[in-house]
Design a protein around this ligand. Sequence first.
Ligand SMILES: NC(=O)c1ccc[n+]([C@@H]2O[C@H](COP(=O)([O-])OP(=O)(O)OC[C@H]3O[C@@H](n4cnc5c(N)ncnc54)[C@H](O)[C@@H]3O)[C@@H](O)[C@H]2O)c1
Ligand SMILES: O=C(O)C[C@H](O)C(=O)O
Ligand SMILES: [Mg+2]
Length: 554
Amino acid sequence: MRHRAFSDNLFPHTMSVAVQNASHIPFGFPAQVPPRFAETDHVQRCLVQLRSKSQGLEKYIFLNGLKERDPELFYNILLTNMMEIIPILYTPTVGDACTNYSHIWRRPEGLYISIEHKGRIREVLRNWPASTAARIAVVTDGSRILGLGDLGANGLPISIGKLDLYIAGAGIKPSSTVPICLDVGTDTRKYLEDPLYIGVRQSRPKPSEMDAFMEEFMSAMAEVFPQLLVQFEDFSTDNAFKYLDLFRNRYCCFNDDIQGTGAVVLSGFINAARLASAASGLPLTEHRILFLGAGSSGIGVAKQLLSFFTSMGMTVEEAKNRIYTVDSKGLVTADREGLQEHKKFFARTDYQGPPLKKLADIVEYVRPTALLGLSTLRNAFTEDVVKLMASINKRPIIFPLSNPVSLSEVDFEDAIKWTDGSVIFASGSPYKPVEYKGKVYEAGQGNNMYQFPGIGLGAILSRAKHVSDAMVDKAAIALASSLDHEERANDLVYPRLHRIREISGQVALAVIRQAQAEGLDQTIVYRSLCDSDLLDHIRAKMWKPSNVIGRVRL
Ligand SMILES: NC(=O)c1ccc[n+]([C@@H]2O[C@H](COP(=O)([O-])OP(=O)(O)OC[C@H]3O[C@@H](n4cnc5c(N)ncnc54)[C@H](O)[C@@H]3O)[C@@H](O)[C@H]2O)c1
Ligand SMILES: O=C(O)C[C@H](O)C(=O)O
Ligand SMILES: [Mg+2]
């Protein structure tokens, strides 16, 4: 371990800038690190400081401050402690950060494009430094943040958290990321009445006004950031579908909740079905999948499964027949009046009885092999429902995917107990391992964080013109195939989080190859590389925090 001498000029750039700017230091005074300051100790010191905070939100605020003071150190610590830090910057704690953002706000850390900027969005975007370096923007309008509802301008931490995953999980350079919150109002009265609320104090615009705003925004983005991929995040259901359809063939963009979630859940389902089949002999194509939640993510996942089943040789009708959706009114059937557009495709035409409303009754009727929750309804998978699943299946597949963890359809420990350990489980937010009857069980994390960093990396490197459905399909298959020997031996359905960079590399490779197959790639030189050379190239392109003071080797 090397200690710094007083006279050493070894401040990391960001630290020296912060110190020079500190107003209490007389101008020109050479600020000192303490004589016994050791770089390796400082990493440890930061972790001790982080761990001394008892509340998740305090940890979030601490990390946010560290990122401002010393981004290189922040990313070093993030990359070497992902299991501990991702649940703070991302789900579940980012949910608290969003809910309270107007109160914990400390400094500008993203772009707010307000409805009041309409007519001059280009000018506002041009304020962003180094716009030609920008490669990926995560854009939310705050209207459906996780399962927490309409948080308005408080939604920005979701964009920041997703981009930290891009940086940590796929090696995207921090300076090429642009977190954006569209501040178009909120329909949540609590925020409109909060004197500290940081957004425009008005209700959300009517659809025609919002559509015009989005048109101007997307065209301005393409002009100001010529090489940008846009990830739509946490838009309310109708707008999520609408803007994906409207923009996907005009700009390079995708919707994480529809497509990223579709891919990650398909991937987990493929691995889960393999485990279930080992116990029951049931072929993949014989599964029946029941969704609680028929919103942007529920329908996004259902479509992804349909696409997979058809790729296995089933007709669209046969594939559709394997899928059942449930919303707040019960089993979604085609004869229901006023059915929203996005629910129509999977609405059942074969159920003639009285409306089925209770989940247990629906499970009894459908006899699903897999029960997927994207409903935002905490504890919706009750003991009787879970036990019923276990009585129908040797290894029931139960994925409570709603975020944050406070909205999970069932807790991991209950699912293990109620199925006597037979459940194949993955949740949207992380759970700690559970010991039951002397055996330790690990929960999978079925979260789109396993897909969007690799999809984005592949699209950016290949300079894809668009993100096609087939690129997303290939991302899902690459993730499903990425389990290593140890993970398979432990019955995992997703790879361990610490391997996320390796996984994102494989996902990016698959995405690039598909972009090439469809002629959507613009980095033509990649076409001549074999897979292993291209994978090496992708890995070499991944950004690492510079070893500023030699403290952490990655
Ligand atoms: N794990 C992941 O990667 C991931 C990805 C995207 C979304 N999600 C989570 O999924 C949840 C839903 O997101 P979304 O974008 O689909 O939201 P959404 O608002 O579009 O859809 C929610 C759906 O749940 C249904 N629902 C609500 N209350 C219900 C009830 N009592 N019974 C049955 N159904 C009910 C609604 O009818 C709607 O169909 C959120 O909690 C979100 O955080 C998780
Ligand atoms: O943000 C997440 O953790 C996953 C997903 O995009 C969600 O909206 O819940
Ligand atoms: Mg989301």
